[in-house]
Design a protein around this ligand. Structure first.
Ligand SMILES: N[C@@H](CCC(=O)N[C@@H](CS)C(=O)NCC(=O)O)C(=O)O
Length: 201
């Protein structure tokens, strides 16, 4: 399998953490395909021009990150990262959607800030910032009473979202605003799959 990736994408990081946690890291070749500024390479695998895309051995490609994560979860070793049925599955998928939505809002701020100052929309930045603030509060509630619960897809998505806020928007101090998130973060931050996929400084 080949993973078309960029080193700073949080969606790619989520997929790579899942691959490591499932013991599949060695089965995946990384192909760098930076969508900015040139989406031509990634567009050969994902018509939307976005990383990640996972090219399977039969030449077909999977995207986007929730689909790839679920696919890898069916292949790898160990217990499932995404429960297969029932309320636990819907809870995990909801938390992943929340974490991915926080990443979407954070990426939109990063892109807005890259525009010339006179073209930036303060309103768009504030709207996305509020969405992130609400999202982080909800993620903290979703962690549940047991902070040592298994590192499943919900926790992986949460960790990647919080990590991306630290990485790209440290000035907004959005990621560790909640004591609960801070406590949990200090428990999981040394995990090898997180360390191995940390974005370049
Ligand atoms: N929902 C997608 C989001 C992927 C995404 O937005 N990737 C960004 C990189 S962080 C990208 O490739 N953007 C290029 C573009 O929007 O043209 C997923 O979960 O895979």
């Amino acid at each position: 399998m080949q993973l078309y990736y960029s080193a700073t994408s949080p969606y790619v990081r989520k997929v790579r953490i899942v691959a490591i946690e499932k013991g599949l890291d060695g089965a995946i070749e990384l192909v760098e395909a930076m969508p900015w500024p040139d989406p031509s390479l990634i567009s050969t695998q994902n018509p939307l021009g976005k990383v990640p895309a996972l090219v399977l051995d039969d030449g077909s490609a999977l995207y986007d990150s929730p689909v790839i994560c679920e696919y890898l979860d069916t292949l790898g070793e160990g217990s499932r990262l995404l429960p297969q049925a029932g309320p636990a599955r819907w809870r995990s998928l909801r938390i992943q959607a929340l974490a991915d939505g926080i990443m979407d809002a954070a990426v939109s701020i990063v892109l807005e800030r890259r525009r010339p100052a006179e073209l930036q929309s303060l309103e768009a930045i504030q709207r996305a910032t509020q969405a992130i603030r609400r999202g982080v509060v909800a993620l903290a509630q979703d962690l549940g009473p047991d902070l040592t619960a298994p590192f499943d897809l919900a926790q992986i998505a949460t960790a990647v979202a919080i990590g991306y806020l630290h990485f790209r928007l440290p000035d907004l101090e959005l990621g560790l605003g909640s004591r609960r998130i801070s406590e949990w973060w200090s428990l999981i931050r040394e995990r090898p799959s997180l360390a191995a996929t940390a974005p370049p400084i």
